[in-house]
Design a protein around this ligand. Structure first.
Ligand SMILES: [Zn+2]
Length: 400
């Protein structure tokens, strides 16, 4: 059998470049259009950019890999299909796809508070109509289109710190920027930081969160969960309504991005999608700062580590043990430190189940009878420190 002909010219794909973009650049090095390259060199019918970038036939990808000497995985990664199961569970819509993807985690709201929707033919991040987006600065240096620009997964370019903008045309030949004035607002720091996490997920396969690094698949689902929670009907927020309103006030966008009836994020206009991404970024910032109540079972991933005396679960050693040369604190100063620390612990324990557990374990140490344990639980209830959330999180009753 004759070995497949290797194409002499084949520009290296840029990181996360889309297949349609790479094929167009490859074809142009022969003075051709990509559909001509497909037809003349591979005998394949013309495919639209959307078809090429979503889920093109596997044999076509294998053939492209052979012709260019690229690794098969590298060619596949230029298509959405190459991102199953990290970014997508599957590219075949299923009735329970929404629940599987969006309800696996919870951040702001307890899982039972959220309504499970079953939008038809739903796939995460993908809309039926393709929106062209790009970074104006990136496109100045060449017509390389990134696969992820097509998805409402992030709103900015991590290199140029610019918002992505919508356009019409093909950047190599003709481009008309169509961004509305409303979408040219300054990029908030929190959104830039969140987008940087998303880029980290794409580029490295994991994201460094305050407590630990999580797999990219977890990050994409956490983000999609937060977007769902922030667009939930008002009645679902219960006593957290004011908190959620503060998130929207913080980013200066209308409550629920102005939605009157529920719609999946993917079908919203880009302006609303950006508002929701801004709200998600603001919520993440506020959760990390401890200024937002987050009752979801995965909220702890977005919080910083509790301060040392709490995380160790043991009381701090005597102050004389360290830095002997330092002046001895007075009893008043010591007491001040104790009460300030305790206040900080109680505040943190109200929103962080892990801190609540450590605080409870610490206080529980001195309890010798059921009665004293009950009294301790009452004291926690009075201080509004939720103990139930932890037992739900772990699926057992740590305080029993
Ligand atoms: Zn850029």
């Amino acid at each position: 059998m004759r070995p497949p002909e290797r194409w002499p010219l084949h520009p290296a794909p840029a990181a996360t470049e889309s297949l349609s973009s790479w094929l167009r650049r490859t074809a142009s090095s022969y003075g051709m259009y990509s559909h001509q390259l497909l037809e003349h060199a591979l005998g394949h019918r013309e495919l639209s950019d959307a078809e090429l970038d979503l889920n093109p036939p596997r044999y076509l990808l294998d053939e492209l890999a052979k012709r260019t000497g690229l690794d098969q995985h590298r060619v596949q990664a230029m298509t959405m299909a190459g991102w199953v199961p990290w970014l997508f569970d599957s590219l075949t819509p299923a009735p329970d796809a929404y629940e599987t993807y969006v309800h696996q985690f919870s951040v702001l709201l307890p899982p039972t508070r959220r309504q499970i929707y079953t939008p038809r033919k739903w796939l995460p991040w993908l809309a039926e109509t393709r929106v062209l987006r790009g970074c104006r600065e990136c496109l100045k240096s060449g017509p390389t289109i990134l696969l992820f620009w097509q998805l409402p997964l992030m709103a900015s370019c991590p290199v140029h710190r610019h918002r992505l903008e919508t356009y019409e045309g093909h950047p190599a030949d003709y481009i008309k920027w169509t961004t509305s004035a409303e979408d040219q607002r300054e990029l908030p720091d929190s959104l830039f930081l969140m987008d940087r996490c998303t880029w980290q997920a794409i580029a490295t396969g994991s994201v460094d969160l305050p407590r630990r690094s999580v797999h990219a698949g977890v990050w994409f689902r956490l983000l999609r969960t937060l977007l769902d929670e922030l667009s939930a009907p008002q009645g679902r927020y219960g006593r957290q309504l004011e908190d959620v309103r503060r998130v929207w006030d913080h980013c200066g966008n209308p409550f629920r991005a102005g939605l009157h009836t529920w719609q999946p994020f993917e079908t919203l206009h880009w302006t609303r999608q950006q508002q929701l991404l801004e709200a998600a970024a603001a919520a993440m910032e506020m959760i990390e700062a401890g200024s937002l109540t987050a009752l979801g079972t995965s909220a702890h991933l977005l919080r910083p580590e509790p301060k040392a005396p709490i995380s160790s679960g043991t009381p701090p050693g005597p102050p004389t043990a360290r830095a002997g040369a330092q002046k001895q604190p007075t009893l008043d100063e010591l007491w001040n430190t104790v009460t300030t620390t305790l206040d900080a612990c109680i505040t943190a324990a109200k929103t962080d189940p892990m801190v609540a557990k450590h605080l409870f374990d610490f206080a529980h140490y001195g309890c010798r009878s059921e009665e004293s344990v009950r009294a301790l639980k009452d004291a926690f209830a009075e201080l509004q420190i939720p103990l139930d959330s932890l037992s739900q999180t772990k699926g057992k009753k740590p305080f029993a």
